[in-house]
Design a protein around this ligand. Structure first.
Ligand code: FES
Length: 93
């Protein structure tokens, strides 16, 4: 996790943001994980092949907040992973 340099494990099926919060990491968001605010967006720097498919609600919200054209952008509250990834999100600590 950049730029904070934090490493953590995300259990299979659990969204990245929820796993981080369970470990008491602060993750910027407004809607609490409902794909409504877009504030949780993260950039996938490495390991995109280990990320879940993007569903319609996530695509819609990323488009709405102007991140739809960024192929690396995901909503951390929707993103699930199956292997090692490197993410970039300011404000996580
Ligand atoms: S927490 Fe609001 S969209 Fe992810």
């Amino acid at each position: 996790m950049q730029p904070a340099g934090v490493e953590f494990t995300v259990p299979e099926g659990e969204p990245v943001m929820r796993a981080a919060q369970r470990l008491n990491l602060r993750w910027p968001n407004v809607c609490g994980g409902e794909a409504m605010c877009g504030v949780c967006f993260v950039r996938v720097l490495e390991g995109a092949e280990h990320t879940s498919e993007m569903k319609r609600e996530e695509r819609f919200r990323l488009d709405f907040v102007g991140k739809g054209k960024d192929d690396t952008a995901r909503l951390a509250c929707q993103l699930r992973i199956t292997g090692p990834v490197t993410l970039f999100k300011r404000g996580v600590r």
